[in-house]
Design a binder for this molecule. Sequence first.
Ligand SMILES: Cc1cc2nc3c(=O)[nH]c(=O)nc-3n(C[C@H](O)[C@H](O)[C@H](O)COP(=O)(O)OP(=O)(O)OC[C@H]3O[C@@H](n4cnc5c(N)ncnc54)[C@H](O)[C@@H]3O)c2cc1C
Length: 396
Amino acid sequence: MNRSTVVVVGAGPVGMLTALGLAQAGVEVTLVEANAGIVAEPRAMTYHWAVHDGMERLGLLEDMIDEGFKLREMCYRVLSTGEVIRFDIDAVSELTRHPYAVVLGQDQLEGIILRRLAAMSNVRIDWRTRVTGLEQDETGVTVLAERDAEHVRYRAGWVVGADGARSIVRKLSGASFDGMTWPERFVATNVECDLEAHGWDPCNYVVDAKDGAVVAKVTRAGIWRVTFAEDVSLPLDGVEERIHAYYARVLPADMPYRLVLHSAYNMHQRWVDRMRIGRVLLAGDAAHVTNPTNGFGLVSGMLDAQVLIDALAAVIGGTAPPSVLDRYAEERRRVFEQVASPSSVETKRLVFHSDDAERLSQDLARLREIAANRDLLRERFLVGHRLRTPSVVGAA
Ligand SMILES: Cc1cc2nc3c(=O)[nH]c(=O)nc-3n(C[C@H](O)[C@H](O)[C@H](O)COP(=O)(O)OP(=O)(O)OC[C@H]3O[C@@H](n4cnc5c(N)ncnc54)[C@H](O)[C@@H]3O)c2cc1C
């Protein structure tokens, strides 16, 4: 039996961040991960200004900026007319010391956190270990897992389920995961090219009823992310041909490119009925999933982790009652349901489903008005403020 104060299931970014923050607070943590290491997939890449204060507190922001880059502007690019409407993120400079998004591949972010974890003596990481069972009683939780066909057991006071959208921790704890699955899938591609030389901005929401996309620069070295949507009923077999056909329709015709990586994702709007089940806390995609048009999926998980670290460390340290964990659970679930999810649904509608000409014309008129008015722009970016939850310690 392996004993620690907290077992975190899932070494994705949310699990790693939670483990790091708890360890920095002096808590003994075991991180259990099914994979053998970090997996390079085209997933998150843009981190909203709302997470930067927390990432700075964890000592990660500087490395994120060094390895990635600051994004100071994003734009809506209307495919049919070529119009470009730019939003200057500097509009939030009166609200934050960090008026920019940070761009960095999710695998690079995980690499940065992992290096920090490796330097902590009170964190142990068990790779290639798949959690299969969970039982909780009044004094703690027993976690069952498998590694190399061997059974492994853990005992901890608390378990954090950060094991992603298909979370076994969520299923074993009996939390529901209601919501809907979209009839489209996202095809996310990493492509080496030089779109800036062809007049594209570093971050583009390509607005079009048929060929909507998010096209953004991922690395300073010239890897771009092109994410488009297709009917989920199409066979995955022909996806590579469809990627090249999509590029031919939307990207500059004379631009050389090399397809580096691609992956297809089903998209959902789903969240749990509760993020705390006794001694089990859920965080990140294990607790809520959204279509990624806004880039609010991991951002929501990062903000979960920031609140949870504070609350759980205080409960373990005896300076706050366990009820602060209920506050964590209620507030983070409310924020996802009322802010992150509806805002992501609205952006998806505008970018990918702008087939009502009158509505599109109204939407674009509004975007132009916002772009030209710093106060309206600041208000628009305030959604980031509403994604955050202040510390729940002392509030319970
Ligand atoms: C195309 C695309 C683009 C995106 N872009 C953005 C973006 O720009 N910004 C943003 O904020 N978000 C974005 N997202 C969302 C983001 O990728 C997810 O929200 C993020 O990965 C969630 O992190 P997580 O740690 O909660 O879960 P995951 O990253 O899914 O990690 C879960 C971990 O748990 C492990 N695990 C699962 N089951 C077990 C088990 N039984 N035992 C042990 N380990 C287990 C898994 O192997 C995995 O390592 C995007 C997503 C997609 C698909």
